[in-house]
Design a protein around this ligand. Structure first.
Ligand SMILES: C[S@@+](CC[C@H](N)C(=O)[O-])C[C@H]1O[C@@H](n2cnc3c(N)ncnc32)[C@H](O)[C@@H]1O
Length: 276
């Protein structure tokens, strides 16, 4: 009898990136500045100063930094992730900052598991940043998060921008990266060198110090350049969506777009939807 979980099988078959391992490494870099930037990102997109008395579900919590940010803003938080190491990472943050707090729950689960989702209730804020395109069934996953919103709730999601043929090329890169040790080494050595050279070139072109720019990256959601590069290169499963299709999908289900930040290149478009 196999003792492997479905998640482990997907990793062994080269179909899934070990997101959680990357997040366990990322949280070693966590500091007050990163957490403040994560809080600011929530405040900016949700157009609020606090989340006092709000319920917040963090779907695919990853490192757990955004669950922590929501908690710091006053929310009651429910976090879950499919990857056991992401759950561990989120749990570490909970234990470090809110050990005895009953109003932050962390568990393992999948956004594709309808029975699990049906047991969770509804929330003021449904948050799933950079997750639904990594499930292998993106549109099903998007559809599954909608019933988690309360009647006056908001859904804040981020999805990879559809770059057409370029996205198909990135899918190939990610597939090679996930072919074990040599695949990761091959892709990392080419692309990390390329990203680094590009980063230095564009920083200098703008008359800015590459070192300062590297540090300033955390102003965007508190993240780290190094971990984001690996997340991007390895991030399988991988799907993309155009703004038009996403907005139509939500409109057809009775939601309107409250806020949008587009990304014309590689990366995520961010959306906040609210019921009409
Ligand atoms: C790129 S990370 C984003 C983490 C976090 N939301 C953030 O913004 O930093 C994607 C996360 O989605 C999780 N994930 C992938 N498939 C999932 C699924 N079916 N259900 C729940 N989480 C999933 C991964 O394990 C990973 O931790």
């Amino acid at each position: 009898m196999s003792t492997f979980t479905q998640h482990e099988i997907e990793v062994l078959e080269g179909k899934r990136f070990k997101f959680g391992k990357n997040w366990l490494s990322f949280i070693k870099t966590l500091n007050v500045e990163r957490i403040n930037n994560a809080e600011n990102s929530l405040k900016e997109f949700l157009k609020c100063e606090s989340l006092n008395n709000k319920t917040f579900i963090d779907i695919g919590s990853g490192s757990g930094m955004f669950s922590l940010a929501a908690k710091n803003l006053g929310a009651n938080v429910f976090s879950f992730d499919y990857d056991g190491s992401s759950v561990e990472s989120t749990q570490i943050l909970k234990e470090k900052y809110y050990q005895t707090d009953e109003n932050w729950k962390v568990t393992q689960g999948s956004v594709l598991d309808k029975d699990f989702l049906n047991s969770l209730g509804t929330y003021d804020i449904v948050y799933s940043w950079g997750v639904l395109h990594h499930t292998s069934a993106m549109w099903e996953a998007i559809g599954n998060v909608i019933p988690l919103a309360k009647p006056d709730g908001e859904i804040f999601i981020a999805l990879y921008n559809d770059q057409g043929p370029t996205s198909k090329k990135w899918l190939k890169v990610k597939q090679i990266y996930n072919k074990g040790f040599w695949g990761k080494l091959f892709i990392s050595s080419i692309f990390i060198t390329y990203f680094l050279a590009n980063f230095i070139f564009y920083s200098l072109k703008q008359g800015k110090s590459p070192f300062k720019q590297w540090k300033a990256y955390k102003l965007q959601r508190g993240m780290s350049v190094y971990h984001d590069w690996h997340d991007w290169l390895g991030g399988l499963p991988f799907e993309v969506a155009s703004n038009e299709k996403v907005v139509d999908f939500f409109n057809e289900r009775g939601f309107y777009l409250k806020k949008l930040r587009t990304n014309n290149g590689l990366g995520c478009n961010q959306y906040v939807f609210k019921k009409l």
